[in-house]
Design a binder for this molecule. Structure first.
Ligand code: TYM
Length: 334
């Protein structure tokens, strides 16, 4: 474990996760955890940047912990913890705020999109979101950060802040690389294939939730918006069919050429049914396992407790180094 490079990623507990979160992020976490020392977090502090019902946020935090494990994250080998349990995240984010400029944050695509979506609650946390994200990553000296394509810009800011800090105060942070999968980095809405699949979509037919059963999954795929042709190929002017092909390849591990050949001459109806069934085959066992795990909250609490203890050791080592570099006097103890 010691010689392995380190991987960090996090997911917000701000709703039931979608097929997009699974294919763009969680699935890669599982695949990469053999080759990296994996550190995975539940980004509850990030979730507070949009209004949350406190009871629902607590429930979603457990849901996400169970989901990580159901998706194959091994809590013995990897570290799984809740972001707010390790206060170093908030502390480092303050220091990084002092080297980050408002213009860098106000031009972030996600900030602009979320400001439009939550017009009545454009708070400082929403704007500062990427700085907290940089703190998450840099605290663990992560080499690799697997994320979906929508997080690329945030990752670039994390790199910029690491480099800026290192230049100003001397070598302190590892500069992280993003890992963005090739096929499933941006799963699109089934109802509007020009929009990202998102758990906050008001149209329930737009996204597949991890909690959807086989019937719901197949029904949503049957309704998926496509086009008026009948050719099943990946092409820019066919965003609906291209999205379904991408999803199919990701869940079956088939190549695009194999998938296109398989559906040559077939109608859209058959194709949508096949994609829905293939997705259900992957999601069903995950949902069942997650719900089983959720019945044992004590087990989850125990895992998160030990995860936070392990994470904290690494995080405070970095934070102490940072405090020293910037000139803060260390507190005398004992
Ligand atoms: P969140 O919770 O919004 O998304 C979690 C992960 O899912 C990916 N994702 C998608 N991938 C493909 N297609 C989609 N339609 C789709 N929708 C979401 C996201 O890219 C993400 O990888 N800010 C992060 C959480 C975070 C984080 C971090 C990530 C907090 N700190 C440090 C990495 C490192 C986020 O977007 O979460």
């Amino acid at each position: 474990m010691e010689d392995k490079k380190r991987l960090f990623s996090a997911i917000q507990p701000s709703g039931i996760l979608t097929l997009g979160n699974y294919l763009g992020a969680l699935r890669n976490f599982r695949l990469l955890q053999d080759d990296y020392e994996g550190i995975f977090s539940i980004a509850d502090l990030h979730s507070l940047t949009v209004r949350q019902d406190p009871a629902v946020l607590r429930k979603n935090t457990y849901e996400l912990a169970a989901l990580y494990i159901a998706c194959g994250i091994d809590p013995e080998r990897s570290i799984l913890f809740v972001q707010s349990h390790v206060s170093a995240h908030a502390e480092l984010s303050w220091i990084l705020n002092t080297i980050c400029y408002p213009g860098e944050l106000s031009r972030m695509t996600q900030f602009k999109e979320k400001s439009r979506a939550h017009e009545d609650n454009v708070n400082m946390g929403l704007m500062d979101y990427p700085v907290l994200m940089a703190a998450d990553i840099l605290l663990y000296q992560a080499d690799l950060v697997p994320v979906g394509a929508d997080q690329k810009q945030h990752l670039e800011l994390s790199r910029d802040l690491a480099i800026r800090f290192n230049n100003r105060y001397g070598e302190t942070f590892t500069v992280p690389e993003a890992f963005i999968g090739k096929t499933a980095a941006k799963i699109m809405s089934l109802a509007d294939p020009l929009k990202k699949m998102s758990k906050s979509d008001a149209n329930l037919n737009g996204f597949i939730s991890i909690d959807d059963d086989k019937d719901a999954i197949v029904r949503k795929f049957k309704r998926a918006v496509t086009d008026s042709e009948n050719e099943i190929v990946l092409r820019e002017d066919k965003p609906g069919i291209s999205n379904l092909l991408n999803i199919y390849c990701a869940v079956t591990s088939k190549s695009l050429a194999e998938a296109e050949k398989e559906f040559e001459g077939k109608g859209y109806g058959d194709f949508k049914l096949k994609v829905g069934e293939a997705v259900a085959e992957v999601i069903d066992p995950i949902r069942i396992e997650k719900n089983k795990l959720l019945q044992n909250k004590d087990y989850i609490d125990e895992l998160l407790k030990s995860g936070a203890e392990r994470a904290e050791k690494i995080a405070y080592k970095t934070l102490n180094k940072v405090y020293k570099k910037v000139g803060l006097v260390p507190r005398k103890r004992g």
